[in-house]
Write a protein that binds this ligand. Structure first.
Ligand code: HEM
Length: 450
């Protein structure tokens, strides 16, 4: 498996006059791919070609090239490549995130945007999952649920040999090295969990809950012949999207935000002062009505998304026809990986790119809604995250609660310099060593030592 400078690839028309240097054998490249490709892009440019087996993969690492893919050529780049892992966990591409572009995806996405993921549904979604965590007799408890989110996200991002060597050879290697084992195990447990959630909703008292699952069950029951009728597999596939794409991404962002705040006491202090002054003393509760009130918190969230986008490569795209990106020819069926992590740390775009400085967004119109290609945590274009308002609101509400009600410190003997920043994961990137914080004082209704 070789990584080549894209300029030297056979896709480049007219052919590049330069020779065909091989940058390196993948075995010699160390670190997680988003970091590794960031370093390579600084040397070789923002558009690179990677060959994985028989599959050409183009890696994009600048805001200009990302704009060309996600805006100028959005329609030609809005399908998704199929992998064994995504196919298995999405019940044969019956979800929204991994289904190829076409009529089926359009139908599912419409339902998601109109019915399921609008901001007013945040509350009902939360209640639905909360109830189902604690049903007696079901082996999956809160702790296992948390692990399942991680295992599922890892299975989605796991590559098998068949993904890059289609046909018998790939299948044989997968069988030999048991590459599908983890994917199948995660699928089995997740499927049992979704089934349990559905069974619970089918009980008379469960149907009263107007949440994402009961909405889909209502659609299955509908007699109307003209409207789209999801199957049980559709339903489970969408619950998979919500469960893995939704929960994982928001919690990862909150953890990285708290990590950066503890490492940067000046920012933490300013954030808490801003939140407490804006919301007033003696609050018992902070709710959705408080969203958008604290300007400095919105800067912190942008800065967290810049340095730690939970999906460092947005979900991969696949070209559907021939396109040209910055003068390079890219044929159909090429996988495109947009490295938003690298774009967020591009030294040409950001001053002191590695430092956590929320103030860089003050007096700036740059936000994460898919119109500014230097900050793309939710992607952009037709396949952009349909739940962006819900995802951003969940992060803001979580942080506001943590920062208003508590002062935070590190466990005894630990200094800010000791906080481990290592990352871990395949599709979504989490903090490898769990963040440990100690609540020191409680605010609201009088200050108390904890
Ligand atoms: C902080 C929170 C979140 C982040 C950073 C995030 C990020 C993303 C990204 C980068 C994509 C791919 C976009 C592209 O290809 O251009 C995506 C797609 C998607 N996200 Fe999110 N997401 C978040 C929250 C959520 C939540 C809460 C849900 C569901 C409840 C959700 C459901 C989806 C779905 C269904 C897709 C696939 C869209 C499609 O392929 O048409 N996401 N998300």
């Amino acid at each position: 498996i070789y990584l080549k400078n894209f300029k030297t690839s056979k896709f480049n028309l007219p052919p590049s006059p330069s020779s065909l240097p091989i940058i390196g054998n993948l075995h010699h490249l160390s670190g997680l791919p988003h970091r590794c490709f960031h370093n390579l892009s600084l040397k070789y440019g923002p558009v690179m070609l990677l060959r994985l087996g028989f599959v050409p993969v183009v890696v994009i690492s600048s805001s200009e090239a990302a704009e060309a893919v996600l805006k100028t050529h959005d329609l030609e780049c809005c399908s998704r490549p199929k992998t064994v892992g995504t196919g298995k966990l999405s019940y044969g591409f019956k979800d929204i995130s991994f289904s190829p572009y076409g009529a089926y995806w359009r139908e599912m996405r419409k339902i998601a945007v109109i019915e399921l993921l609008s901001l007013k549904k945040v509350q009902s979604f939360r209640v639905a999952l909360g109830q189902n965590f604690h049903v007696d007799g079901f082996v999956i408890d809160q702790e296992r649920i948390e692990e399942l989110v991680t295992d599922g996200a890892i299975a989605l991002g796991t590559f098998t040999f068949s993904d890059f060597f289609p046909g018998g050879a790939g299948r044989f290697l997968d069988w030999l090295f048991r590459r599908n084992k983890k994917i199948n195990r995660a699928f089995k447990e997740l499927d049992a969990f979704y089934q349990h959630v559905i069974d619970d909703h089918l009980k008379p008292e469960g149907r009263k809950n107007k949440d994402i699952v009961s909405l889909l069950l209502d659609m299955i029951d509908k007699e109307d012949a003209d409207s789209f009728k999801p199957s049980m597999d559709n339903l489970k596939a969408i619950v998979m999207d919500v469960f893995l794409a939704g929960i994982d991404t928001s919690s990862i962002t909150m953890i990285w935000a708290m990590t950066e705040l503890v490492r940067n006491p000046r920012v933490m202090k300013k954030a808490q002062e801003n939140i407490r002054i804006t919301l007033g003393a003696k609050r018992e509760k902070i709710t959705e009505d408080d969203l958008g009130k604290v300007e400095y918190l919105s800067l912190i969230i942008k800065e967290t998304f810049r340095l730690h986008p939970p999906l460092p490569f947005i979900i991969p795209r696949e070209t559907m026809s021939h396109i040209k990106i910055q003068g390079y020819d890219i044929p159909p069926k090429t996988q495109i990986q947009v490295n938003v992590w690298a774009i967020g740390r591009d030294p040409k775009r950001w001053t002191d790119p590695e430092d956590f400085i929320p103030e860089r967004f003050a007096n700036s119109s740059v936000d994460f809604r898919g119109q500014h290609f230097e900050l793309l945590p939710f992607g952009s274009g037709r396949r952009m995250c349909p739940a962006m308002p819900m995802g951003a609101a969940t992060v803001e509400l979580g942080l506001m609660n943590l920062l208003y009600f508590f002062d935070w410190g590190l466990p005894d003997g630990m200094k800010t310099g000791d906080i481990d920043m290592e990352e871990y994961g395949t599709l979504s990137i989490v903090k490898k060593v769990p963040l440990q914080l100690v609540p020191l004082r409680r605010y609201g209704c009088g200050v108390q030592e904890v």
